[in-house]
Design a protein around this ligand. Structure first.
Ligand code: APR
Length: 252
């Protein structure tokens, strides 16, 4: 069935606060593989080795090399048209907050102004020994594997939430604040099975928000979504913004 853009635009009409909740499928059309499904990252690489603290301690050099390769990939790509459309939506509603599970930083790079990165950011590092605030390190050629702290000599780690690790408390708070009184939540490109992040769309629904899902296939969100638009983020989001602008009378 073709995506019902008119119905989606109707649901969004008059919304004061919109939450954009994204997962790996949002970046698929820019060339970054998703984690699950055919050809997914966790089919080809070991999550145990590369995305757990135990794996990091076992072989920190391996984890840094893998993350360096991912940094190089992200640095070399361009956010697709769907990202640009999301940034444009900020001009159509009083408040748009992006809550993402992605670590690639593409939302901010394409102009999103308020972004909560629930699973961290591949461009940030922190000292594992000192447990201090993360800082930005945008190098794509790392000086050593593994990286060490200039201050204490301890291991530096990517500022990424690995399996079994808690989310940052401030991020949880910010995501809750965004979700609890939003009018509409757009749930884009996530399998919605990794908790606690996957709980935010349902929380929004329980608080009275309309849930619009954008995905290439059904997910657990589909069961309670008010509307599912099946298609890729790259095709669905620009078409949705065209419809929103048309209704506002400033379509191009
Ligand atoms: N457009 C929209 N959705 C897509 C597209 C696309 N072009 N391609 C794939 N998808 C959908 C898939 O159908 C799937 O539902 O994106 C989703 C990707 O799911 P996952 O790979 O499980 O990614 P995500 O939900 O972000 O995973 C959550 O798991 O491994 C951890 O920490 C990692 O943040 C990640 C978390």
């Amino acid at each position: 069935m073709a995506p019902d853009y008119e119905r989606a635009a109707e649901m969004l009409e008059g919304a004061r606060k919109v939450v954009v909740f994204t997962g790996a499928g949002m970046s698929k059309d820019s060339g970054i593989d998703t984690f699950r499904g055919p050809g997914g990252i966790w089919e080809r690489f070991s999550a145990q080795d590369l995305a757990t603290y135990e794996g990091f301690i076992r072989d920190p050099a391996k984890v840094w090399m893998w993350n360096e390769a991912r940094r190089q990939q992200v640095a070399g790509l361009t956010p697709h048209a769907g990202y640009v459309s999301l940034a444009e939506m900020e001009g159509l509603f009083p408040q748009v907050v992006t809550v993402t599970q992605n670590i690639d930083g593409l939302h901010a790079r394409s102009g999103a102004s308020q972004v909560v990165e629930l699973h961290g950011n591949i461009w940030k590092v922190r000292c594992d020994a000192e447990d201090n605030e993360p800082w930005l390190d945008e190098r794509t050629e790392l000086p050593e594997y593994p990286m060490h702290c200039d201050n204490c000599g301890g291991l530096l780690r990517p500022h990424i939430v690995w399996f079994g690790e808690p989310l940052d408390r401030k991020d949880i708070l910010d995501a809750n604040l965004a979700v609890e009184d939003c009018d509409v939540i757009l749930v884009i490109g996530t399998s919605a099975i990794v908790y606690p992040a996957a709980g935010f769309p349902l929380l929004a629904k329980q608080r009275g928000a309309k849930v619009i899902e954008i995905n290439i296939e059904p997910t657990p969100v589909t069961e309670y979504a008010d509307l599912s638009l099946f298609g890729t983020a790259e095709e669905v989001l620009p078409a949705l913004v065209v419809e929103l602008k048309r209704r506002k009378g400033d379509g191009d």
